[in-house]
Write a protein of this length. Structure first.
Length: 128
């Protein structure tokens, strides 16, 4: 007979499952950034980068979308708090979709993760 979890452990697991369910339910199936107009007032180069990242996001062209959102986030000092929140949200939703798609065996998602995941040079593995 399996051991029963104490109340705190059980409540903790239920809370984690609930949070995961809410996060997944909140993710739509198209682009991560649909409906946002706050970047329209950004600097022209940021607006252009945003439009390009959104187009890649909507097409599930994962690597360019991730790279585009990251490049915008690196310029956070040029974004208003509202704009920053929109970009962070779009990036987070995209990453969630990417991981979900890769977990389901989507070849494009897996290839994107391979491209986006940095690799260590062979000689540095396990060295201190």
């Amino acid at each position: 007979m399996p051991k029963l979890m104490d109340g705190r452990m059980q409540a903790s697991r239920i809370g984690l499952l609930l949070a995961a369910a809410i996060a997944v339910a909140g993710c739509g199936r198209g682009g991560s950034s649909t409906g946002s107009k706050s970047l329209d007032r950004a600097a022209p180069e940021i607006k252009a980068a945003w439009d390009k990242a959104v187009a890649a996001d909507r097409a599930n062209d994962y690597a360019p979308a991730v790279t585009g959102y990251k490049q915008i986030l690196l310029q956070r000092d040029q974004l208003s708090p509202a704009q920053l929140k929109v970009v962070e949200s779009a990036y987070g939703k995209l990453m969630q979709r990417l991981m979900e798609a890769a977990g389901k065996g989507d070849l494009a998602a897996r290839q994107a993760l391979t491209v986006l995941t940095p690799t260590r040079p062979r000689g540095q593995m396990g060295t201190r």
